[in-house]
Design a binder for this molecule. Sequence first.
Ligand code: NAP
Length: 292
Amino acid sequence: MQLLDGKATAQDIREELRVAVEQRKSNGQKVPHLAAVLVGNDGGSLTYVNAKVKACEQIGFDSSLIRYEDSVTEDELLAKVHELNNDDEIDGFIVQLPLPEHIDELKVTQAIDPLKDVDGFHPENLGKMVLNLPCFLPATPAGILELLKRNNIETEGKDCVVIGRSNIVGTPLSIMLGRSSNPGNCTVTLTHSRTKNLKEKVSQADIIIAAIGKPGFVTADMVKEGAVVVDVGTTRVPDSTKKSGWALKGDVKFDEVAEKCSFITPVPGGVGPMTIASLMINTLRSMDLRGK
Ligand code: NAP
């Protein structure tokens, strides 16, 4: 078994982006500026946003963090989105999800200018992604593809089972892996909580992508010898041995599955860092898409 080391691969990408930013600077071009909007004090969201800001600093992007209390109204948040859409200094921005229940996430996502939507969640970007037109690709699926590509994992003609059909991971990933590209050209089965004979389907797959949020769901008896296993799940579970009191757990029973598969992503240090790297790639790309 070989580890698909997302942390190391993401570090390579950050270094390439840092060089690209230096190049832009020496050409007298603008440095990309990423803004992140964070509502509330959820520990997970705060960790993700801080990691994004830190990645910007390492690469040399400008970054801004805009924070609101949970009590922010939908109108206030939409006003900020419009302000960021019209601010020429800001090249791309994200609104960290999830948002409090009184705010309509779809409305907020749709209010973001598609040319600044570096998360790739706007319907226009998702539609363009389906048609293989230039767009911002959703960060987690794009990060997974980049991880496979940079580790020379062959996808062409492979049977791939994606577990979980969320709009941000499973569904776009199944489309991206199935289309005629590299990585791609897989025969994809997109599975979910209503799938019959899930275990049987997963156990026939050459490539397994688990994105459900159920720690240890994928066990060794579900995995074919030599399969490639990508674990997207990140669930906080209580762990008294950690200073924080919790540990991050993936959807795959790592120890037993690692013995059977050819490649596997760890949690943490697999898909998570690649998601942030993709966001950074999208932020640099925003300069091209907006002709800057
Ligand atoms: P989600 O919105 O939480 O939805 C979960 C999906 O799993 C749904 O499609 C659900 O099916 C499916 N599911 C649940 N139980 C199942 C079962 N027993 N068998 C088969 N399918 C089942 O998905 P998400 O937002 O993609 O998040 C999934 C996990 O990935 C979470 O742990 C999240 O924290 C993590 N994540 C990590 C990153 C990263 O960068 N590392 C990024 C995004 C998400 P139904 O549709 O039928 O309900």
